[in-house]
Design a protein around this ligand. Sequence first.
Ligand SMILES: Cc1ncc(COP(=O)(O)O)c(C=O)c1O
Length: 318
Amino acid sequence: MGKSISAPEFIWHNGRHVRWADAQVHVLSVGVQFGSSVFEGIRCYATDAGPAVFRLREHLRRLQDSCRIYRIDLPYSLEALERACLDLVAANGLEQCYLRPMVMRGYGDMGMAAIGNPVETYIAAWQWGSYLDQSAADRGIDVCVSSWNRPAPNTFPALAKSAGHYNNATLIKLDAIANGFAEAIALSPDGMVSEGSGQNIFAVRDGVLVTPPVDGSILSGITRSAVIAIARDLGIAFEQQPMPRELLYVADELFFTGTATEIAPIASVDHIRIGDGAIGPVTRRLRAAFHEIVHGRDAGRRDWLTPVIAGKREYVDG
Ligand SMILES: Cc1ncc(COP(=O)(O)O)c(C=O)c1O
């Protein structure tokens, strides 16, 4: 188990709760052998009304999309998975957590297609702290441009969140760490800015917020779309446009977005300081608004939160 998490009691497997230690797969499952597995990463936040899951339906929709792209028959409806996520958080007594639904091709045929193999659906939930400590959250992180590119369109389908794709993400992350950086920004095969190992990227230049388009090299992040919506709400000018690498170096502000990462300011890229090397005003505004929303303090965006208790009640009654 990762050093930063402590195990809660249950994991959801194919419609029932099993003990954390009993959530096992066979070593020759196709999901293990070939990374033939899709997954989601979702955050559940503490609010005054109890735990609430951020953009649950959007995450499960993306899980469904990932299954469709990889021709995996998802055995559960979005409603059933939604109830399963809420019920799992309640059953584990978690006030805030990270949720990890996974759908994988299981044990059976050893070939890659493994069409008749059982499809195993799991949901895990655990308490997972912030990606950044407080000083990094205020100052930002030091990152590099990775020597590894993101995959080309029509190789690994970037819109799918598939386990196999994360070998590329692992190379990007390990490259960063080996060179003394906290994270890396990967370029697309045509040399334009793509995304981080597990984050989308935004730049601010002359007050305009910019992010690369969904071009077949990035995951269409749910935090990314939230930030775009928040920017519109706040009247911040926004453009999606291809970003040359050098725009990173001349940006006034840069930040990553992601479920695990939330909104993380970037202090430097390849040792070139971004802006004045501290969190910039646009990033600060967006992050403050994001925090209000995820903790249920913005009535206008309550529909992005699904309360756990209500879900549990509905599940038991239904
Ligand atoms: C490769 C990649 N890009 C971007 C993101 C950010 O996506 P989201 O905001 O939906 O978590 C993630 C995280 O899931 C990711 O793994």
